[in-house]
Each structure stands twice: as C-alpha cells, then as structure tokens.
Design a protein around this ligand. Structure first.
Ligand SMILES: Nc1ncnc2c1ncn2[C@@H]1O[C@H](COP(=O)(O)OP(=O)(O)OP(=O)(O)O)[C@@H](O)[C@H]1O
Ligand SMILES: [Mg+2]
Length: 252
C-alpha cells in the first residue's frame, strides 16, 4: 500500500507544488521509467531513493526538463510544464543541482553565482547581481571565499557552490541529485544542515541520496524507485520496514 503524507509546513488541502502523472521514459527498447506518479506539497522534504540504475536521475531529468518523457505529465504549481525547456522551468522556480559539480574554473566563486543569476531571473535582483550573489554565498557559508577561485575549494565547498548556483533562480522546489556522495560523515551533516536551512526558508526539496543516515535525518517522506517503478511512498520509518524495499536493497 502506498501512503501519502503532507509535510509539517503544508496545510492539508494545499494544492501540490509538483504533480507528476504516469511519467514514462524509454531509452530505445529499455523502459527506464514506467508510469511514475508523484505529488509533493509546498515546503515538503522528500527523499527519492532506489538501487543504482533504478531511474532516479532519469525521473528528475523529466521533472527539470533535461529529458522529455514518452508519456505522462508534469505540473509545477498547477502549470503544465511538460515540454518546457529547463531554463524556463528554472525561472518558474523548479531547479535542480547536478551530481557532479562543474564550476567555471576560470571565474571566481562569486562570478560562478552571477552567471546563473543572469539567465535564471526574469528581472535583475533589487540590490543588484553582485549583492544577491554575495547573499547567496553567505547563506551557504561561502561568503569568505567569494573572491577566490573554485580551484581552491574543498569537495564539500564545491557541493555547496553547486547548491548555491541552483539558488540563483530563487527556487521554490530544489532537487538535489546526490549532493553528498564521497563526503565524510561531518561533511554530510554540513550539507544536510544547509538543506534544512533552505527548507526552513520555504523551499521544497527532493533529495536523491544513497547515504541512508542523511535520508533518515532529512526526509519527511520517502519515495522508492526500483527498475523504473515506484514501489513505496510514505513515512520514512514505515517505508524502510516494507518487505519489498528491504528486498530491493538486499538484492543490490
Ligand atoms: N541517456 C541514456 N541512454 C540510455 N540509457 C540510459 C540513459 N540514461 C539512463 N539510462 C539507463 O536508465 C536506467 C536508469 O538510470 P538512472 O541514471 O536514472 O539511474 P539512477 O537511479 O539515477 O542510478 P544511480 O543511483 O546510479 O545514480 C539505467 O539502466 C541507465 O543505464
Ligand atoms: Mg543517478
């Protein structure tokens, strides 16, 4: 049985911020996503988990517009976004960060935030781009590194910069695809803390993550994908006790 729960922040009856129905994606004859339904409340914190190759990144690529599904629909704040290019979805407030950070290495840290500010916002920010970029860097703990080079950032700082680039668009939904892989336990905590702060500002977050400690600490709800199908959707403790979820993980 699948259970749907509203977030602490969302009022029951709030229209969903995101609603995906029957999302199906094929690569040649291979079905990577098979009719995935997913709805999320404003301000909710959801983890998307599943074994390697189960379709998590493919699903968020269909949400963000990097991939076009063969069937199904995606609505963001009630608006049909299926077919809209990624930049337009980002301007609408639906933003993702990438699994592997690729900053512009010849630009400074702050310029790496100014670049997405140029195309992510329909109008320049009130205090100007430089001020907004600095605010973003301060909010992610990189204020002191603003005028340095991304080459001098540590792994965890690069992950923060990647999240900072996503924040340039003022997202109301942020999708973080494996923002913590390869980090130490304390660095994982730093990223979870950062995501919690962003969520406290009202940003709904989808966390794709293999690190279960982070998933259990962060999420109000867990979705499990296995071989392109959603096999569970509910409260973290309940989902992790489901036999099918246990089998999917033991069978990895
Ligand atoms: N562009 C593509 N062309 C062909 N097959 C693809 C493509 N992208 C993904 N796939 C396949 O679709 C399946 C789902 O891949 P996806 O990257 O979504 O998995 P994932 O759940 O994100 O895995 P991971 O945890 O390893 O990141 C895999 O079998 C993958 O090989
Ligand atoms: Mg992936």
């Amino acid at each position: 049985m699948q259970r749907h729960v509203a977030s602490g922040r969302a009022q029951s009856g709030d229209p969903p911020i995101l609603e995906a129905k029957g999302v199906t994606k094929r690569f040649g004859g291979f079905v990577a996503l098979d009719g995935v339904d997913f709805a999320m409340a404003p301000g909710e914190r959801v983890a998307l988990i599943g074994p390697n190759g189960s379709g998590k990144s493919t699903f968020v690529n269909c949400l963000s517009g990097a991939l076009t599904p063969e069937a199904g629909s995606v609505r963001f704040e009630g608006r049909l976004v299926t077919g809209m290019p990624p930049w337009q979805r980002a301007r609408a407030g639906l933003v993702r960060s990438f699994q592997i950070p690729r900053p512009f290495r010849r630009l400074s840290v702050i310029e790496n935030i100014e670049v997405p500010l140029n195309f992510a916002l329909a109008e320049p920010p009130p205090g100007g781009k430089a001020q907004r970029a600095l605010e973003i860097l301060e909010s992610i703990g990189l204020g002191a590194k603003a005028y340095g080079s991304p080459k001098d950032l540590s792994q965890v700082e690069l992950r923060k910069l990647e999240l900072g680039r996503a924040l340039a668009a003022n997202p109301r939904l942020l999708i973080a695809d494996e923002a913590m892989a390869g980090l130490s336990d304390s660095e994982v905590d730093e990223i979870v803390d950062l995501l919690e702060r962003l969520n406290a500002q009202g940003i709904a977050i989808i966390l794709i993550e293999h690190i279960m400690r982070a998933v259990m600490r962060f999420s109000q709800r867990i979705i499990v994908l296995v071989a392109g199908r959603k096999i569970a959707d509910g409260l973290p403790g309940e989902v992790m006790r489901q036999d099918e979820v246990e089998r999917a993980y033991l069978g990895q």
